[in-house]
Write a protein that binds this ligand. Structure first.
Ligand code: ADP
Ligand code: MG
Length: 348
């Protein structure tokens, strides 16, 4: 679906590995005081003084995690950074640096990598992080991107998956299921295009969900909001695989159960209407869709007044004793055991 704009196609072999790294990273400037030395030596040098350091890494593989027939490289670069920062924020930490490693086949011209790096640079600017290193190598198959994100947190501020206590409230930021429905629309348009390449996709009315799929944001703002509200979550995780499995992780690590209320799950109106169009249950999508990159956390009931009414946050349930089990309370007020997968016909 990405048209060839008759762009230049400079073979990577023209630059060589060092010329390429130099070319792609020459605009990156240092923003964080913890970055002592960035790209250009055998290793970066960082200084975090009295902060604890948070490190997380992700590997994205063409054909598994992204499809270049509808994911523009610029968005892919942006997303590859954002999904890692999301993990840093899920520790209640501030993201400060990333390293970016790529394996690329010679079917990619320099201009394609420039696009990828333009997206990386935009994300670095928006999230105020430094790109301090990486690795570049060739691939015989597709494109691989591995990002490592580094962050800092005051030792008493880090939030783990393991801190949820019975009676805590279960809270999620933003809304859920949009990225999955965006992917469904993109997959459908890809099939239409395959049948007739003259069919230009009509994506009006799907803007929000497609953007949620192709160019997600990490909830740095929520970490800052919680700090401003003086709320320290008791446990936190980011929603990358779907609400259901993230709740299961929190409960498992905290050794607790939970009641999740179907009616409280936040959904964007566009998700509801596209679910109707695709004849998919919107709760199923929110529970199992994934790639929302929202933050799911628990708070003590005492902190409820501080978050009450905040449009960015929804209380979707509460934590129970481990022995009570993990349940979804449906709109019809029946209690169903929460499972990581397979929410097909829970209404009947
Ligand atoms: P080495 O041989 O020690 O692995 P490289 O020549 O691979 O060094 O890298 C030189 C410098 O460029 C290092 O600072 C490295 O972190 C950085 N770098 C290499 N590849 C990338 C990349 N794809 N993106 C950002 N920085 C990179
Ligand atoms: Mg190297």
């Amino acid at each position: 679906m990405i048209e060839d704009k008759n762009q230049q196609h400079t073979a990577l072999s023209h630059l060589g590995e060092f010329g390429l790294i130099d070319h792609l990273t020459k605009h990156f400037n240092i923003k964080q005081s913890s970055t002592v030395h960035g790209i250009g030596d055998d290793a970066a040098v960082l200084n975090f003084e009295d902060r604890n350091v948070v490190v997380t890494t992700d590997l994205l593989v063409e054909g598994v995690h992204f499809d270049l027939s509808y994911a523009p490289l610029k968005h892919l670069g942006y997303k590859s950074i954002v999904v890692n920062l999301s993990d840093v924020y899920a520790m209640n930490a501030e993201a400060t640096q990333v390293t970016v490693s790529i394996a690329v086949s010679n079917r990619f011209p320099l201009e394609a990598l420039e696009e990828l790096y333009a997206g990386i640079e935009t994300a670095a600017k928006i999230y105020n992080i430094d790109v301090v290193g990486g690795d570049t190598t060739s691939s015989t198959t597709g494109l691989l991107i591995s990002v490592t994100a580094i962050g800092k947190v005051a030792p008493n501020k880090a939030v783990y998956r393991s801190g949820a206590k019975p009676n805590d409230l279960l809270v999620v930021s933003g809304d859920l299921g949009a990225a999955y429905m965006g992917l469904q629309v993109l997959e459908r348009e890809k099939e239409v295009y395959k049948v007739n390449p003259n069919n230009q996709p009509d994506l009006d009315g799907y803007t929000y969900i497609i953007e949620r799929q192709l160019k997600p944001e990490a909830r740095k703002d929520i970490v800052e909001l919680l700090e401003a509200l003086d709320v320290k979550p008791t446990a936190m995780i980011d929603v990358s695989d779907g609400l259901s499995s993230e709740i299961m992780h929190l409960c498992k690590h905290s050794n607790v159960g939970c009641d999740l209320y179907e009616s409280k799950i936040p959904l964007d109106p566009q998700v509801i209407s596209v679910c109707e169009e695709f004849n998919i249950d919107s709760t199923t999508v929110a529970l199992n869709g994934g790639e929302d990159y929202e933050l799911l956390f628990t708070i003590s009931q005492d902190d409820f007044p501080k978050i009450k009414g905040n449009p960015n946050l929804s209380v979707i349930g509460y934590i129970t004793e481990h022995t009570s089990g993990k349940h979804l309370v449906t709109r019809a007020e029946s209690k169903i055991e929460l499972k990581a997968q397979g929410w097909k016909n829970f209404d009947d």
